[in-house]
Every structure is written in C-alpha cells, then in structure tokens.
Design a protein around this ligand. Sequence first.
Ligand SMILES: [Zn+2]
Length: 291
Amino acid sequence: MPELPELQAHAERLSEQFGGREIAGFRPLAFTTLKTFSPDPALTHGHTLTGVSRRGKYLILHTDLLLDTGATDEGASPVSFIVHLMQGGRLEPDEKQAAKPRGGLARWTFDDGPALLLTEPGSERKAGVWLGAGDLGAAPPLLDLGPDADVVSPDDLAGLLAGHPMRLHGFLRDQHIVAGIGRRLANEICHRAKLSPFAGTAKLDAGQIERLHAAIGSCIVDGLAEERERTSLSKSKERTSAVHNQVGEPCPVCGDAVRAVEYRAYTVAYCPTCQTGGKVLADNTTSKFLK
Ligand SMILES: [Zn+2]
C-alpha cells in the first residue's frame, strides 16, 4: 500500500498536472466507489480543481465549489473529493478515456486534456471516493485520523506512545494514532531507530523515543526525496528499503541477515543485531505450526 511519502509526492504531481483545470464531469464506474450521498458530485461540474493534497494515506482533490453544509457557523466552504487507493489502487492521468477501463472505479473529466482515472486491480473494490465540505476532519473517512507522521512533535509522540500501550510496529501502523505509516515504513522506522518491532510502546525511555521520532522523520524525508524523482506512483518493490522485502539479505548497517515474523497479511522484517540485541524472534507461522 502506498504510504505518506509516495502519496505526498503523487499529490504534488497531480496538483501540478491537474490544478487549475475545469471539471467537466465526475462519474463513478463501479457501484461501490462513491461512499457519500451528499454533496452531489455533479455540483462540481464547471468548477475548478484547485489542487491536490494529502492527509494520512488519503488524497484530497480540492475544488472551488462553495457549499454551505450548515455543519459550521462559517458559512460556505469549498467541496473536496477524498480518495483512498487502498492496496493497489491508482489515480492516474487517463488519455484514452476508454468506455470500460480495466479496474476502473471513477473518472474525472476536464474541459480539455486527459481525464483522471481511479482504478483498482482485482475484484476487491475497496478503494473509494468521498465528498466533503468544510472541516474534512470532522467526518468520515478522515474522522479520528491521528496526526500526520511527518508533523508529529517529539512531545506529542511521547504522549501517544504512553497513551497506547502496545507493540511498536502495530502502533506505527494504526492510522487512528499516527497517520501515513504502513507496513514498509513501520519496518524501516523500527530498523533505523534500532528498536524491536515488538517493543512495548509505553516502556520506551526518553532516548529511545528521541531515536524513534528522528527515524520517523528521516525515513519519510528519504522516501519523499526518492518519490519526487518519479513520474508516477512507485510499486512497493521499487522503494529503497533496508529490511522491508529484504528478508534473508544482509542488513545494510551491520551485515547480519534480515529476519522475518510472518503474519497472514504482512511480514515484520527486522535485523536481530541492530534491533533485538541479537535475539531471533519466534516466527509466528512456524510457532503456530509447532503447536
Ligand atoms: Zn543490522
């Protein structure tokens, strides 16, 4: 799944390519794509897409359509499309505008130039589009999202760690606690911070929290620099990783073999020498098998 750096760079690219264009139409191509009933997306037709931004793992397409939803006292506020790509979704320029694009979920057309097409491979159809106006953080899907990982302060991080006693890897991936980090970044951040992915969040000392905060920041900065060099959203295997997708390979820091704890949906990858004092953690799949 694309994470904060990939989505941030992609938002910047889309903003450059589509910002300032007049929306001619928005059309869902699959029954489940549009997750909101109101506002009606047809109201945006004839209005301008002013830019694209990111919050957590969501892309936000801003328009200059003003609506008074009555939700705040501030009167009319701009309407936005909020897009979640999920695992394999893509939001890309669409030159061809085929009637039935492969994996097509929704399409924005403009007064001229290419359209913008949301696709998702396979049949899961989990990617979606929401419409909102005003305070987007006050409604789904951005409601209850934690602070973005690239702006959380050391003190806030310390508070969040103490307030959510759990394993560090799960903490980092929980979008309600800190937004924007997924499986790859969680692996990379734990490795760079020299912390076990299974360290208890409430038990980290000040020095460890400082390392964790620095690792979150630098992993995001590095990822963003790499993604900004690309012309479209990268695939997971194209992203430079020290431990993620590197199981069995030598750790670039110490040369020890990168190990894994396998879960059904994901793999926790780590370096024993750098992160667990040389201790090899029980592989979940194997331990279950032995039981
Ligand atoms: Zn190492």
